[in-house]
Write a protein that binds this ligand. Structure first.
Ligand SMILES: Nc1ncnc2c1ncn2[C@@H]1O[C@H](COP(=O)(O)OP(=O)(O)OP(=O)(O)O)[C@@H](O)[C@H]1O
Length: 250
């Protein structure tokens, strides 16, 4: 079966500093994969290469079998690669439902300036409500973004990314900064993510990683140290030595 996302021997250097070293990785359709590693291991740099913000000096990135290594970030999104939006991409004065409606419009390439007609489009607003319902977030649909708690905004970012109907979703530290009282909602949302979407989560929180992921890749100094199931990675002495053994976090 064609992998949803495949990295083939990616390498990247900043001057003399080799930040990605021959990294290969495969996410099957519907995968739940975590990328972990100590601070400075190169996780963000790898994600930037996947999204197209940075260009690898060597290697290839395949999305559903198509080589996207040289494509712009926008093209990659159109082809089904989504990442969580930054909070500042939410329209604060609009409701959650309207924000999702706008993301759905963007997906269809319609002009967001026609916003008035979007909220009046029963079809689009129904689709927005349906998406929020499937994620357990319908109760927030009529709330204005400014009225949301920080953790709730993070949930909406994920919903926005899903509005693009991706085949691959990148979640970069989804629980970072979310108070533990709101963490349970995030776990709930992660469990409700569509089964056919392959998810790559970059996360320091080991509770989340062990609960969510089926497979884990451990990155150390830009290279893959270990890749395997949660059980394999947890019990690997090399991982314990360089990472898990240090501290439970980061
Ligand atoms: N634009 C850049 N120019 C030079 N060096 C960089 C640049 N971006 C990152 N680095 C270096 O690359 C290495 C990997 O950084 P990166 O941010 O990818 O690690 P990380 O695993 O995401 O870390 P963290 O968990 O702390 O976010 C670090 O040594 C960092 O200082």
């Amino acid at each position: 079966m064609t992998a949803a996302l495949e990295l083939q021997g990616l390498s990247k250097a900043f001057g003399q500093l080799q930040v990605t070293q021959n990294v290969s990785l495969k996410l099957e359709k519907g995968a739940r994969h975590a990328l972990i590693g100590p601070n400075g291991a190169g996780k963000s740099t790898l994600v930037h290469q996947i999204t197209g913000l940075l260009h690898p000096s060597k290697g290839h990135i395949l999305l559903n079998g198509t080589d996207i290594t040289r494509l712009s970030p926008e093209k990659r999104v159109k082809m089904g690669l989504a990442r969580t939006f930054q909070i500042n991409s939410l329209f604060n004065h609009l409701t959650v439902g309207e924000n999702i409606g706008l993301a759905l419009t963007a997906r269809e390439g319609r002009d967001a300036r026609l916003f008035g007609s979007i909220t009046q489009s029963a079809e689009l607003m129904d689709e927005a409500a349906q998406l929020l319902y499937s994620l357990g977030l319908l109760a927030l649909a009529h709330k204005t973004v400014t009225d949301l708690a920080y953790g709730q905004r993070r949930l909406i970012e994920i919903a926005l990314a899903l509005a693009l109907k991706p085949s691959v979703l990148l979640l970069d530290e989804p629980v970072a900064g979310v108070p533990s009282t709101e963490g349970a909602r995030l776990f709930d949302l992660l469990e409700r993510l569509p089964q056919d979407v392959a998810v790559l989560v970059i996360e320091h929180d080991m509770d989340l990683v062990f609960r969510f992921a089926q497979r884990i890749t451990v990155l150390v100094e830009g290279a893959v140290l270990v890749e395997g199931t949660v059980k394999e990675v947890r019990s690997d002495p090399r991982v314990r030595a360089v990472y898990l053994g240090e501290r439970h976090h980061g």
